[in-house]
Design a protein. Structure first.
Length: 944
């Protein structure tokens, strides 16, 4: 099948990943809504704060007054018109003594324009001190006061007292100067003048008019508003950006944690396509979010958007948000768990607020500040944003920021202190490229979960650019961790492979060739921070010991065959497969896949194009359907777009998932997920297919069907299978290799391994089913016991498996000469024992596996109790025995009657994780002379 290459493949992969991001966003609508529209919430709060806390909005000083209208003869208003007046109240109070003063006050009350003031609305005092004392004791009982003093017949002085504080109710403001003080002052002046000239009807008309003036402009300090709302508005614009920041980091880290990216990489995904798709997607999200901010700001008629050039404001917000997205991608390279993205976002937000406060106090962008400090300060995007936002706010009082004054500072600012909006915008632009470059670099040099990383100077090496790694030689000497094999089949396999490596032969009959593959994990010291309470952490150091996972592996996987790699946990098979797929770096040696080296950059790219992998754990997106998964991986693999649908449908039909093609994978059962993972491994018709426990979790019918698909898939490709199911290995494999403790212990066909490493033979005895009546069950039990006694008496074996109608025995090869007479005699006694059927055959593959595993475990017993297991004997004693030990001596059982002591025979099995565990033990029996027993370690009584 022809696959795309080069730029067409890069473009197709990028588009496929963008489609994936779109699908996931549409199926996580709450998160998408918060990313796009969370700004509406914060801008609404900011708008409300602006309207409710701006106490000067409706005062004459705050309004722009261009053509003030005069007020002619303003009257003294009723005291009830005063905000927050206490009742009963007085329109005014006065102090003074004398008939002339009384007459003046009476005329003020009678001549008040539009309304006479009744006597009960006015309070008088003889002395000024009395009035002052009353005003102090009767707060808010009158809007104002007059104090008169007649100095002589031609001079009368007076004064007014009013509360000059502007008050408000809701959005209505009360100016005491114009509302109360000026009417009192005019009334007193009018009546004093009439009294002095002796004409009570003297015409007196005075108009009041405030001076024309522009709107009040907030005090500036170096172009930065210092009033609270404008100062803190940056926080409200920063908050929605942090929502995007957290979600974007979380999405990238989640794909890393769930190994989604690893699965895509194994299938041939370019790193450029991966990071490029995230940049494009985040850029699109940022554009929409910035448009929402600007449009909503215009709808609310917020000065920041109305008075400045709206496109400049949009561009500035876009640059900041996109810069934060690029910074988030860089930070994601350090993070392992998506849950930490929230903590990181909170930390960045708090740090931003602190920096904003510091920036307002310290004034970083001044000529006195050293250049290196300015550079460091400018590397934190929120600092650039807050500074640019301050310039936009500052420019509103001078007509706003336009393209014409984008690079111009306000008048009076020294050239060394001039940092216009263009300065901060240019820094936002070039630091975007800085974060992208650091993202690509750190992604290569920071170790993955499997330890894969490039050197810190990888981009300076020629091999990085030409794809040829010159630092290795597969024909070089053996690794010091290599151990000479003791099995003839393994020796022959190694000899053949070494000869080809020595002569530089690339055998066309083999798809995969391991050449001295070695993987050694060195000693590591991990420093971890653990949380001890809501706000405190403590540091712990964990040291891992050096460990050799694979020791000089030499073997071949032929074309058109299925090679089954078996081994208990820790055998090295998963590590070997990880090295083959390029997930884990090798320590020494090499693997050739159709002549391509896994240690070459170009070789690994070629290998991944011809390789399909069904990983041990499903790496699926819960929100995507199986059809969408297959189309995504088809695009990554390089299939032509016209084949995506048909190839996906064909594979779904093969694994019987076509009926669930449009159902999200998160709703699948475990078996359905495994079938989907298997279908993904076959996408693009790969020449090499790696199946790591492909049928785990499947029901028997589905498992059998997948086996038939695997069998049919052998033609034209090589398949590597790892499994814990011995039945699966026996049925599917053409050759089997068993690993233990990092070494290949045996290799060959299933029949060869059974005959060579099996314990001997298996005998299966079946009994007919009987009614559940007590008498028949008793007879049936007697028959089973008789057969067990017969095997014990003649062959000294006990059942390995036992059910109500079935007994299975394992007979050692040393007793082969006895079997002909034994089974002939057993056949004659079938009626006596009530036997329905007797079968004999070679030992199972499981017996071969257990024997190999037990031998490897016994070889690795040491004084640290590693590879030991505690066994409780029938006598109640507990001892530690090597894993796989066949017999164990009963402690303290040596007597005159049994000088060699007593022993118990142990049987072992493999648990669901592939580890050895005890399946059963025999009754105590005498130890024969010269019988070898393992060295035991007694445990204290009851210490199991």
């Amino acid at each position: 099948m022809d696959l795309l290459e080069g730029m067409p493949l890069l473009r197709q992969q990028t588009v496929a990943l963008l489609k994936k991001n779109y699908i996931l966003s549409m199926r996580q609508r709450k998160i998408t809504f918060l990313q796009l529209f969370s700004s509406l919430i914060f801008m609404s709060i900011l708008f409300g704060i602006n309207k409710t806390t701006d106490s000067d909005t409706n005062t004459p000083l705050a309004r722009a007054v261009t053509d003030p209208k005069p007020i002619i003869d303003p009257p003294i208003p009723p005291c009830e018109d005063k905000f927050f007046i206490a009742t009963p109240c007085f329109d005014f109070v006065w102090s003074g003594d004398g008939q002339r003063i009384d007459s003046i006050v009476s005329r003020i009350m009678a001549n008040n324009p539009g309304r006479n003031i009744p006597p009960h609305k006015v309070k008088s005092f003889k002395r000024k001190s009395e009035m002052t004392e009353w005003l102090i004791n009767n707060n808010m009982r009158t809007p104002g006061a007059l104090q008169f003093e007649e100095l002589n017949a031609t001079v009368i002085s007076y004064g007014t007292k009013t509360n000059s504080t502007t008050t408000r109710i809701g959005r209505n403001f009360e100016d005491p100067t114009f509302k109360f003080q000026m009417p009192l002052q005019l009334a007193a002046s009018r009546e004093i003048a009439r009294s002095l000239i002796g004409d009570p009807n003297f015409s007196w008309h005075v108009g009041l008019k405030e001076f024309a003036h522009p709107a009040y402009a907030a005090e500036k300090r170096e172009g930065v508003p210092v009033e609270g709302v404008d100062f803190m508005s940056g926080v409200f614009y920063m908050a929605p950006v942090m929502f995007m920041f957290v979600f974007q980091i979380g999405a990238v880290v989640l794909e890393k944690d769930l190994k989604h990216r690893q699965a895509l990489t194994i299938m041939g995904l370019f790193d450029t396509a991966y990071w490029g798709s995230w940049l494009i997607w985040n850029g699109l999200i940022t554009i929409v979010s910035s448009l929402v901010i600007v449009v909503f700001g215009l709808i609310l008629r917020m000065d920041l958007f109305v008075k400045n050039n709206v496109f400049l404001v949009f561009l500035f917000f876009f640059l900041f948000q996109f810069n934060m997205s690029a910074l988030g991608l860089m930070i994601s390279t350090f993070m392992k768990k998506p849950s930490s993205s929230t903590s990181m976002g909170f930390f960045i937000f708090i740090l931003s607020v602190i920096c904003m406060i510091i920036g307002q106090i310290a004034l970083i962008y001044k000529s006195e500040t050293k250049g290196q400090y300015k550079i460091l300060w400018s590397l934190f995007p929120p600092n650039l944003f807050f500074s640019g936002l301050s310039i936009l706010y500052g420019g509103m009082s001078t007509g706003g920021i336009r393209w014409s004054n984008l690079s111009v500072c306000e008048e009076g600012i020294a050239p060394g202190d001039c940092f216009p909006l263009s300065f901060f915008s240019s820094w936002l632009i070039w630091t975007i490229f800085l974060w992208i470059a650091l993202t690509l670099y750190l992604d290569n040099v920071i170790p993955t979960s499997s330890g894969a990383r490039k050197s810190f100077t990888y981009f300076l090496k020629r091999s990085y650019w030409n794809g040829r790694d010159e630092s290795f030689d597969s024909t070089s000497a053996e690794s010091p961790d290599y151990i000479e094999p003791d099995d003839e089949g393994v020796i022959e396999e190694e000899k053949f492979t070494k000869e080809q490596a020595k002569n530089g032969i690339i055998d066309p009959n083999f798809a995969v060739q391991f050449r001295a593959l070695t993987k050694k994990y060195t000693k590591l010291i991990n420093i971890k921070f653990r949380k001890c309470c809501c706000c405190c952490f403590y540091c712990t150091c964990e040291t891992t010991k050096p460990f050799v996972a694979v020791r000089g592996l030499w073997m071949n996987f032929a074309k058109d065959q299925l090679f089954c790699l078996l081994g208990p946990n820790g055998a090295g098979k998963t590590t070997s497969i990880s090295c083959l797929t390029g997930i884990t770096p090798v320590s020494s040696g090499d693997v050739l896949v159709y002549g391509n080296s896994i240690r070459s950059t170009s070789g690994m790219q070629n290998i991944r194009r011809m390789m399909g992998v069904c990983a041990q754990f499903d790496t699926l997106w819960d929100k995507m359907s199986s059809l969408e998964h297959l189309e995504l991986f088809a695009s990554v693999k390089g299939l032509h777009p016209s084949l995506h649908k048909s190839e996906a449908q064909r594979l779904l039909d093969q694994v019987k998932l076509s009926g669930a093609a449009n159902i999200r994978a998160g709703s699948y059962s475990g078996g359905m997920k495994r079938r989907l993972s298997f279908a993904i491994a076959l996408i693009g018709d790969p020449k090499l297919v790696i199946l790591d426990e492909p049928t785990t979790g499947m029901d028997p019918i589905a498992r059998r069907h997948v086996w038939s698909v695997i069998e049919a898939a052998k033609q034209g490709r090589s398949i590597i299978l790892t499994t814990h199911s011995m039945e699966e290995a026996d049925i599917l494999s053409d050759r089997i290799g068993i690993m233990a403790k990092g070494r290949l212990r045996c290799i060959g066909t299933s029949t060869l391994l059974k005959s060579k490493f099996g314990t001997g033979f298996t005998a299966k005895v079946s009994f007919p089913k009987v009614d559940s009546r007590d008498e028949q069950e008793d007879v049936h039990l007697e028959c089973r016991n008789a057969v067990k006694d017969y095997f014990k008496q003649h062959l000294n074996v006990i059942p390995k498996e036992e059910t109500k109608y079935f007994l299975a025995f394992v007979i050692e090869r040393e007793k082969e000469e006895m079997l002909e007479d034994f089974f002939a005699d057993l056949e004659r006694k079938e009626n006596e024992f009530g036997i329905l059927n007797t079968e004999i055959g070679l030992a199972t593959l499981e017996e071969v596996f257990l024997n190999i595993a037990k031998k490897a475990e016994v070889e690795n017993v040491d004084e640290t109790n590693e590879s030991m297991q505690v066994v409780t004997l029938p006598s109640g004693a507990t001892v530690s025995v090597p894993l796989g030990a066949k017999n164990v001596e009963v402690p303290g059982s040596r007597t005159l009657e049994n000088p060699n002591g007593l022993m118990v025979e142990l049987t072992w099995r493999q648990d669901s994780q592939g580890n050895l565990c005890i399946a059963g033990q025999s009754d105590e029996m005498p130890v024969p002379d010269l019988f070898p027993l393992p060295v035991l370690r007694a445990n204290p009584p009851g210490n199991v």
